[in-house]
Design a binder for this molecule. Structure first.
Ligand code: LMR
Length: 343
């Protein structure tokens, strides 16, 4: 069921524009009752790539619509936790979410390509997939569940933290339990090396590390830093083994009911913010690594290129597993498109 207040706003808007598609979105001309409210829920801190981009999007939309469209951002799982966001979007309790691709993969298994360890070696290959035919195909799948994927955002590459010992070789994972953000391939990558994996919503990670329910976790520098995981973890391995990105999603049915000019403004602004977000993500992850180094709480080890290639080879069983699940053609197509373009 869609939220009543949203329905009434939409009805006013749709009725108000019937027969006149050229309605100007202008706060001066729009009755306050006609205001479009978009609740944007996410689970991370404000000072993160997603948090800052959501805020920037809200600001630009407010300015450009002269206040007739208001994007209200709810960070930090304030409204809904992981696992609750999709339902909330479906019910119309929120109108926009930006879950990690791993969380989308719980509904659409092909999205697990984003979780394959060492599939993406740099951000260029990530963006080639996001912005190319594979990215489009993946976003199109969302329509099966009344969702529309409007953009793909970055956080960055994931690294490993734990509070037992330095992790340098794959076998160092053995016997440890890691928090994972969703089941499937992320579990497999830990099982492959005799480690255990426990799914937990992002909001519960700090406490679970503190209480020892899990000994480690994998995440980007930005999430490690802004959630203060270094207070409850001793070791950080800069492994860059996986990628964390986001899909920016709206409820398809509600979207279709918006006046075309509102949709156009939202889409154009989002694509501008997407470019900004990707640059910001890179910058924040670099800056926040320096901050973590300054805090001196974590013992940091950076895997060398040859160590990374040993890790990559050892993950072969994980690739096989995904191939069985989603078919070898899809994966080989992704791999091909990840390869650097020759000049
Ligand atoms: C996590 O659950 O660790 C991340 O997906 C959180 C996020 O949205 O970056």
């Amino acid at each position: 069921m869609l939220k009543k207040c949203w329905i009434s706003l939409i009805i006013i808007l749709v009725l108000g524009v019937s027969g006149c598609d050229k309605r100007v979105i202008d706060g001066q001309q729009v009755n306050k009752k006609e205001k479009i409210i978009i609740k944007f829920s996410h689970v991370v801190e404000e000072n993160t790539p997603k948090g800052l981009a959501a805020f920037r999007f809200a600001q630009l939309i407010s300015e450009r619509s002269s206040g007739s469209i208001e994007v209200q951002v709810f960070p930090n799982s304030q409204l809904f936790k992981d696992g609750e966001e999709f339902e909330a979007l479906n019910r119309g309790d929120v109108q926009m979410i930006a879950p990690a691709t791993s969380k989308v993969s719980q509904l659409f298994p092909q999205w697990q390509i984003w979780d394959l360890p060492y599939l993406f070696t740099d951000l260029d290959s990530v963006h080639r997939i996001m912005d190319g035919p594979v990215g489009k195909e993946l976003l199109n799948q969302l329509q099966e569940k009344n969702m529309l994927g409007l953009a793909m955002w970055d956080n960055g590459f994931k690294h490993l933290t734990n509070n037992e010992h330095p992790i340098i070789k794959p076998r160092d994972l053995e016997g440890l339990r890691f928090r994972i953000m969703s089941q499937g391939i992320l579990e497999e990558q830990f099982y492959t090396f005799g480690a255990d994996a426990l799914f937990l919503p992002f909001n519960d990670v700090y406490k679970s590390l503190e209480e020892g329910r899990v000994q480690g976790q994998e995440n980007t520098i930005s999430n490690i830093y802004t959630k203060d995981f270094d207070r409850v973890q001793e070791y950080l391995t800069l492994s860059q083994h996986g990628f964390l990105g986001y899909a920016v999603i709206v409820n398809q049915e509600l979207w279709n009911q918006l006046p075309s000019q509102a949709r156009e403004l939202l889409e154009d602004t989002l694509s501008e913010v997407t470019q900004w977000e990707r640059a910001k993500a890179r910058e924040l992850n670099e800056e926040q690594l320096l901050e973590l180094q300054k805090r001196e709480k974590l013992k940091i080890y950076s895997l060398t290129t040859s160590e990374k290639s040993i890790w990559k080879d050892s993950f072969l069983p994980v690739y096989r597993k995904l191939e069985q699940e989603i078919g070898p053609e899809f994966l080989s197509n992704v791999k091909k498109q990840c390869e650097p373009i020759e000049n």
